[in-house]
Design a protein around this ligand. Structure first.
Ligand SMILES: C[S@@+](CC[C@H](N)C(=O)[O-])C[C@H]1O[C@@H](n2cnc3c(N)ncnc32)[C@H](O)[C@@H]1O
Length: 420
């Protein structure tokens, strides 16, 4: 695990776990009874506390085969914007207001309104929902945008935009709603929603970004793995939402779904956790960064080479799952060694022609120099940013170290000792 992970302290973890565990079994029993009343069979699955994750998860009740239907939920169990529009109180607020909510804001409003009622139809489900989240937004961590890797910034910008809009709109619709209630509801929707196609459209809502968000009780208790064992989807006829295994699952083991192929920074911002050794971590190398690295390695670039790099538009992203630089990265480096007479037929030279030994040697030499230059740059970024986001840069350094370790263990030892 990275030295720079944002793990909670031992005391906080124990406090958090005991708070989570108090009455958890009774809450699970009440929830299972409630979900069964909604015509959902629990023959294949159990709901249990996962101490490692610090929350609940879904487990196999028996050995399950690949392709088996684990859960079937009638569509009216889904909490969507239609649920909010069919809810007399929410619907009256939404229709009577002069601001338009987005579908996910309407769902958040429903959670705020129903959470207050002890006799809510949803009470057994709401009792299962977390009250706190480990996301930077919930924890009030003030992230400077330029301290995040470039590709991760959009998530933070989107979240700021969404929460600001919610803080602005909800009190106009439901005066007296506190920021804490809105922050909680936004997190419930954001950490638990699933994208479902073809949900109904409501004129009273702002559908400019579509309406595809649903919170699905029970399905939303599946934890994330990049190597999931099931898939959740709406059945073709549109009447049933189902969870189907796509590998065999042994009795007693946890069933995982994937929330997407996310880096740790994205998982942290969206869901409040990170995966040790996450193979989805990546270093995104834009053309500007690629060129800056080449120049730092004392190579002058002919303007036409820059143009060719632009035209080739190759993806130079390096993933934690790679044990070498990507094909796009290596091809971009090959372009740097084109001779002037080859410029007009660069495509053929780069993709079809054999590379002679001399150029091959130059390419690997430059690759090695660029990795080390990039590593120095990432170490500097890591050391310059605030504590909360250091892990983002360390994750990237770890990717390069893994490549260097497989490729040239000795070179790494002599050159990188100073950065440790
Ligand atoms: C959709 S809910 C899953 C059910 C949740 N564990 C619960 O108790 O309700 C998503 C939340 O579960 C937790 N979670 C999911 N997968 C995780 C994982 N692999 N490691 C740690 N926490 C995870 C995170 O807190 C996340 O925000």
């Amino acid at each position: 695990m990275s030295l720079y992970g944002v793990r909670p302290s031992a005391e906080r973890t124990i406090f958090h776990l005991s708070a989570m565990l108090s009455g958890n079994d009774e809450k699970i029993d009440a929830f299972i009874e409630w979900i069964q009343q909604q015509q959902v069979s629990t023959d294949c699955v159990d709901l249990k506390f996962n101490a490692e994750i610090g929350g609940n998860g879904i487990y196999a009740k028996k050995d399950l085969r690949s392709g088996e239907v684990l859960l079937e939920l009638p569509v009216d169990v889904l909490i969507t914007s239609s649920t909010a529009m069919d809810h007399p109180e929410c619907s009256a607020m939404i229709r009577g207001a002069n601001v338009k909510l987005s579908p996910s804001e309407a769902i958040a409003l429903l959670f705020i309104v129903e959470d207050k009622k002890s006799d809510s139809f949803y009470a057994p489900y709401f009792a299962m929902l977390p009250r706190t989240f480990n996301t930077p937004l919930f924890q009030g961590i003030d992230i400077e945008l330029n301290e995040l890797p470039r590709v991760e910034r959009a998530t933070w910008v989107r979240q700021q935009k969404e929460i600001t809009a919610l803080y602005d709109k909800i009190p106009k619709i439901r005066p007296g709603t506190t920021k804490e209630e809105m922050l909680w509801a936004w997190h419930v929707v954001n950490t638990r929603c699933i994208f479902v196609e073809n949900l109904g459209v409501h004129e009273e809502l702002d559908n400019s970004e579509g309406d595809k968000v649903a919170v699905i009780p029970f399905v939303d208790m599946l934890n994330h793995s990049p190597d999931p064992s099931c898939e959740a989807k709406l059945r073709k006829a549109g009447d049933i939402y189902e969870v189907v295994s796509h590998k065999s699952i042994a009795e007693g083991s946890e069933i995982f779904v994937t929330y997407g192929y996310h880096t740790n920074v994205k998982l942290w911002m969206e869901y409040g956790f990170q995966l040790p050794g996450n193979l989805m971590n990546k270093i995104d190398i834009s053309l500007d960064l690629f060129i800056a690295l080449v120049q730092k390695c004392s190579m002058t670039l002919h303007p036409e080479i820059v143009q060719i790099l632009n035209n080739a538009d190759l993806l130079c992203t390096i993933y934690a799952s790679d044990d070498d630089l990507s094909c796009g990265f290596k091809t971009s480096i090959r372009i740097l060694f084109l001779r002037m007479q080859e410029f007009h037929k660069w495509n053929r030279v780069v993709y079809d022609e054999e590379v002679d030994d001399d150029i091959n040697e130059k390419i690997s030499d430059l690759c090695r120099k660029m990795i080390h230059t990039l590593r120095h740059h990432l170490v500097k970024r890591r050391d310059d940013v605030s504590e909360a986001v250091k892990f983002a840069w360390q994750d990237q350094i770890d990717i390069l170290d893994a490549i260097l370790e497989t490729k040239e263990h000795h070179y790494l030892q002599s050159n990188c000792a100073a950065d440790k």
